[in-house]
Write a protein that binds this ligand. Structure first.
Ligand SMILES: [Zn+2]
Length: 220
């Protein structure tokens, strides 16, 4: 897949879950970072945060409308889970059965980089986002906001998490960051004369020294 619409779940006013993490704030950090990596992978990305909706219904409609207005291969919604699960974990929700494989892959990839439980792909037929978007769609529940181990793992591995999402969605690998090239001290030598008689060399050296050059006579 090469073209994506990714939006953060919920809205600025109609907030999501909160605990050790705030769902809306974190989703709004993940969306642009994943988009950045997808662009590095030569994908086209449209991103959306809902800043205006005042009700949940408006919120779903606004997000779905944005997604359906763009050309894309996949619709992605970023959420965080809640419910004080002792172990927490990652899960990815889908509606159409054709999306189960991708949903499972994304869930596995995130859970691996965060080192938390992989709760896997879950079919949901009741969610406005999954029902309303016309293209294949997944809804990512990154981790549990009220499970401390999840929140800590997420904070520590935010960047890896975004990379893993971008790589799994695109099916491509990001290049390792280029290591800075070690600068070597290269000395460039300039030769101004070559003489078989040492006296001539010494003479030229003296003249050059007078003019302020630093001179080395090299025999060879
Ligand atoms: Zn949510």
């Amino acid at each position: 897949m090469n073209e994506f619409v990714i939006s953060s779940g919920h809205a600025k006013v109609v907030r999501g879950a909160s605990g050790y993490l705030d769902e809306v704030n974190e989703a709004r950090k993940i969306v642009p970072k994943v988009a950045e990596y997808l662009k590095d992978l030569d994908c086209k990305v449209h991103t959306f945060d809902d800043d205006t909706s005042k009700t949940q219904r408006d919120n779903i409609n606004t997000i779905v409308k944005y997604h359906n207005s763009k050309s894309r291969d996949l619709d992605v919604s970023v959420h965080f889970n809640a419910g004080t699960k002792e172990t927490g974990g990652t899960e990815v929700l889908y509606y159409g059965d054709e999306n189960i494989v991708l949903a499972a892959k994304v869930s596995k990839a995130i859970s691996e980089v965060l080192g938390i439980k992989d709760r896997g792909a879950k079919k949901r037929t009741d969610l406005g986002f999954l029902k309303g978007t016309a293209k294949p769609a997944i809804l990512i529940e990154v981790c549990f906001v009220d499970t401390k181990t999840n929140a800590d793992a997420y904070k520590k591995n935010f960047d890896k998490c975004c990379k893993a999402i971008a790589e799994t969605l695109s099916g491509k690998k990001l290049k390792d960051e280029a290591k800075p090239v070690e600068k070597k001290n290269i000395i460039h030598k300039v030769q101004v004369g070559a003489f078989s008689d040492e006296k001539n060399a010494t003479k030229l050296a003296a003249e050059l020294k007078k003019k302020g050059y630093s001179v080395n006579i090299v025999k060879g």
